[in-house]
Design a protein around this ligand. Structure first.
Ligand code: SF4
Length: 258
């Protein structure tokens, strides 16, 4: 990837759910692919989630999620295409034997769900009602297949984990996460869902289908099968696209959407 040597810092105020949110961001001044914007989107997600955590704590709740608890890392994690290519490159750049170990986990997980026919269930799932989407997610969860990056029940790529993983924090007892239902899981509310906005602005290969995201375990397959979208825009232009999607994104429900 080429070096970015020009940056621009600006302040924006966006309205999310009727609430004004002030943000200061530093973004590339020259055209870049959306993948170069991922650190900005991750940081922004952390800020949104931080506001939600503050609100939950002000309500007397505490966050149950901690290192060593990876129950939610057995859910189908929705990532954007840009994140899929980024994860594939991350794995490709790992030293051996770790690279081969992680690749083997991806291949095993992908093969398992392909054989089960789970990917076929995703087709059209966005148009189905929430209960059916939840069932599709539970079908995946019930297989007990951990994310390829989960090690000792902790995320081994915590600093660069996907945006969707950052959004998922609960205040309900951690033991409830091994049998997640709408009633048993109390998620930290966030003002808007950056993962949805990111999927929308990076969606190209899945365009024209109703699937608006890429399951994390398909990341290496995506990178093998497709060329990455190399559209370049300035940081400000990517942010404009992102905020446009973000301000229309729904307030998240109590369980992760599929
Ligand atoms: S990337 Fe990390 S946080 Fe996200 S599901 Fe995988 S192990 Fe869990």
């Amino acid at each position: 990837m080429k070096e970015i040597d020009e940056w621009v810092t600006g302040k924006v105020t966006i309205s999310i759910g009727g609430a004004p949110v002030d943000m200061q961001m530093t973004v590339p001044a020259t055209p870049v692919t959306v993948r170069r914007m991922l650190p900005v989107f991750r940081q922004m997600t952390n800020s949104f989630v931080g506001v939600g955590v503050g609100a939950a704590e002000a309500d007397g709740k505490s966050i149950s999620c901690k290192a060593g608890c990876g129950a939610c890392c057995r859910q189908p994690v929705p990532v954007s295409e840009a994140e899929a290519f980024d994860l594939a490159e991350l794995v490709e750049n790992m030293p051996e034997p770790r690279r081969s170990e992680i690749k083997a986990r991806f291949d095993k997980a992908f093969g398992h769900f392909a054989e089960k026919g789970w990917f076929a269930k995703l087709d059209g799932v966005a148009e189905l009602d929430k209960e059916i989407r939840h069932e599709v997610a539970l079908d995946y969860f019930s297989e007990g297949i951990a994310c390829p990056f989960l090690e000792d029940e902790s995320c081994s790529i915590h600093e660069v984990r996907p945006v969707a993983c950052r959004e998922y924090l609960v205040t309900s007892p951690s033991e409830n996460c091994s049998n997640p239902t709408a009633a048993s899981i109390d998620m930290v509310p966030i003002l808007a869902k950056p993962s949805t906005a990111l999927c929308a602005i990076t969606q190209s290969k899945t365009k024209g289908t109703s699937v608006k995201f890429v399951p994390l375990i398909t990341a290496l397959e995506i990178a093998r099968q497709y060329d990455e979208d190399t559209t370049e825009k300035t940081g400000e232009s990517w942010m404009a696209d992102f905020f446009s999607e973000l301000t229309h994104s729904e307030i998240p429900g109590r369980e992760r959407d599929v």
